[in-house]
Ligand binder design. Structure first.
Ligand code: V47
Length: 384
């Protein structure tokens, strides 16, 4: 062990004990990347053995028109601005049908906070997709969008009512986006106008109470401190403790943490360097170690790159998202909106890293596939 400060943390990890905020900070400050990886890998192996999950999905970013102007975001446009777009429900259904024909099990649908679309646009979108391609799971709308929908449907304090309507129209679960970093200073400096951490957590709590599963993210490597990152982990861990305590009465919970490295290009924070490869591996590993009540740690290859995602499987990650196909929010290294990896390439990347690829659906049930035809396999369900 190169960093002796990690020894007491290693003892806790091997004894299955929860890490403290101070432990989190020590891990994030440490340069001993191999020991951090080894510890995260210990937890990962205990939970998932040599399995590495992936999914066949399609991301749909239905509009980039947004009432907010977050400094870290290169995606948003104002209505009428060059490059601004909004998809009609018919266009979205077309994308959903293409995805179904290509064998996708999941649609991941998120967009900007469009100032003029009515609430019915969102419920119509879900119902039309559900009607056209009933087998696909619809994971849609970040907590920020849900709060926006509560406002436009003139019931800002009725998150449960809004989520209920969306669920009735076809919503299957919530993605983890929009969390950024749970800290008011960072919020006010980099994404003022967006909901704060308490509201983000409220939305997920309400969703869990309705029996919906959800994910969580952290956008790191911009103006936040290491202490802020640890605080974010602790709030998520507390929220998950609560969700798990309620899950016996049919409640949902967080399934996955997706740490998202900040990409400065094209944003107002373009002068910042963004995180390094080692920062990314460390964050994935520390996510695995701090979030002991989360079943999965996901590497989103669009932001991690596929080669780094392969390496990350030895640093606590057990899940790679996904075939993706279209992605508009970040376009790393000059990528365009078409960002796709084939199933064979994804599986090969996992096998080459020494893991067994297992296709999963959104709820982490193994999938059996014959070309574009698929069904959920009888068998293990993975939880903590
Ligand atoms: O909410 C925006 C982030 C998120 C930048 O739940 C940026 O399964 C880096 O949440 N650099 C969207 N990140 C992505 C997301 C996600 C991805 C994959 C799977 C899941 C899931 C969720 O991307 C946004 C925001 O936090 N983001 N701008 C940027 N410049």
């Amino acid at each position: 062990m190169r960093d002796e400060a990690l020894r007491p943390i290693a003892e806790k990890v091997y004894a299955d004990q929860r890490l403290s905020p101070e432990d989190g900070l020590t891990l994030l400050r440490s340069r001993d990347i191999w020991t951090i990886g080894e510890l995260a890998n210990h937890v990962r192996q205990k939970l998932h053995g040599r399995i590495a999950y992936y999914n066949v999905n399609r991301h749909i970013n239905y509009t980039n028109i947004c009432a907010l102007s977050c400094k870290f975001c290169e995606f948003y446009r104002k209505k009428g601005q060059d490059g601004a777009y909004e998809d009609s429900v018919e266009q979205i259904v077309e994308h959903a049908q293409e995805a179904a024909s290509a064998g996708a099990t999941e649609l991941h649908i998120v967009g900007g906070l469009h100032p003029f679309l009515p609430f019915s646009y969102y419920t119509d979108m879900l119902a039309a997709i559900r009607n056209a391609v009933p087998a696909i799971h619809i994971k849609a709308f970040t907590a920020v969008e849900i709060v926006h929908l509560a406002r436009i449907s003139k019931r800002p304090n009725d998150l449960a009512g809004v989520l209920n309507d969306l669920k009735a129209a076809g919503l299957g679960s919530l993605p983890g986006g929009g969390a950024e970093v749970f800290d008011d200073r960072v919020h006010d400096e980099a994404f003022k106008g967006k909901i704060r951490s308490d509201k983000w957590l409220d939305v997920h709590r309400e969703a869990h109470q309705l029996g919906l599963m959800s994910n969580a993210t952290m956008l790191y490597g911009h103006i936040e401190s290491l202490e802020d990152r640890v605080h974010h982990f602790c709030l998520l861990r507390e929220a998950q403790d609560e969700a798990i305590a309620n899950s016996e009465s049919g409640g949902g919970r967080f399934q996955t943490i997706i740490p998202l490295p900040f990409f400065p290009d094209g944003s107002e924070l373009e002068h910042l360097p963004g995180p390094s490869g080692l920062d990314n591996l460390r964050m994935l590993a520390v996510s695995r170690l701090m979030l002991d009540n989360f079943a999965h740690v996901k590497a989103f290859w669009i932001m991690q790159t596929l080669p780094m995602s392969q390496v990350s499987l030895d640093f606590g990650v057990d899940d790679l998202d996904g075939t993706v196909v279209w992605y508009d929010i970040t376009k790393v290294g000059g990528a365009d909106t078409h960002q796709e990896v084939g199933v064979n390439e994804l599986r090969q990347a996992i096998i080459e890293a020494g893991y067994n690829p297992v296709e999963r659906d959104t709820l982490y049930r193994p999938v059996e596939r014959d070309g574009a035809d698929w069904r959920v396999a009888a068998g293990i369900e993975v939880g903590v």
